[in-house]
Design a protein around this ligand. Structure first.
Ligand code: PRP
Ligand code: URA
Length: 209
């Protein structure tokens, strides 16, 4: 069974408070999402394999470690997942970026897929699927299903805010996937929005309504 990790780091919690705030404008919202994505990525990558090499310092030769060439892929769920990509790439610039386009039908809340483009070597990569919101869980379940259908085997899911319903649905559909969350909120409202949440992540990132 995959693990569920809720980050309690003070910097993440502080920035998340400002992300939630209705008075935070688009520019600051985008910057904060980017920063939190970087902080979360720092911890999520703690299990990356290392190998030892010799490196010449100005003083002597040191046995020191480097990443051992694990191939990574980041997959934002469009649109809002895009806001988390650059923050992760700051730490893992060699990662390739795939995209899965989904939107929730406003009536049924079911995810509708409209776009998929992944790196060609899907089977050789470990993936981090990113989306700020895990609400009913439908979008995350569908995006991960889409990756698995194309050969992805090792997948993590990272989001800013999750509802308990979404975590349960995702765990049940993809028990092998580790879930990383900055905050686990109370519930969903009748429109499928996370309460208290942050509102519509895509609209707040891109300034649409
Ligand atoms: C939002 C959000 C997630 C999804 C979460 O996207 O970014 O992808 O809803 O909801 P779920 O867990 O109930 O599926 P939305 O469908 O609003 O599309 P957008 O990012 O294009 O605005
Ligand atoms: N999508 C969002 O953008 N916000 C929510 O609260 C739920 C789904």
């Amino acid at each position: 069974m995959g693990k569920v990790v809720v980050f309690d780091h003070p910097l993440i919690q502080h920035k998340l408070t400002h992300i939630r705030d209705i008075d935070t404008g688009t520019k600051e919202f985008r910057e904060l999402v980017d920063e939190v994505a970087t902080l979360m990525a720092f911890d999520i990558t703690r299990d990356l394999p290392l190998e030892e090499i010799d490196v010449k310092t100005p003083v002597a030769t040191a046995k020191s470690k480097v990443l051992s060439g694990k191939k990574l892929g980041i997959v934002p769920i469009l649109r809002a997942g895009i806001g988390m990509v650059d923050g992760i790439l700051k730490l893992i610039p060699a990662a390739k970026v795939g995209h899965v386009g989904l939107y929730r039908d406003p009536e049924t809340l079911q995810p509708i897929e409209y776009y998929v483009k992944l790196p060609t070597d899907v089977e050789e990569r470990d993936f981090i699927v990113v989306d700020p919101m895990l609400a009913t869980g439908g979008s995350a379940v569908e995006a991960i299903h889409s990756l698995k259908k194309r050969g992805a085997k090792n997948i993590k899911f990272m989001c800013l805010i999750a509802a308990p319903e979404g975590v349960d649905t995702l765990k049940e559909a993809h028990p092998d996937v580790d879930i990383f969350i900055a905050a686990l909120d109370e519930k969903l409202n009748e429109k499928g929005y996370i309460v208290p949440g942050l509102g519509d992540a895509g609209d707040r990132l891109f300034g649409t309504k």
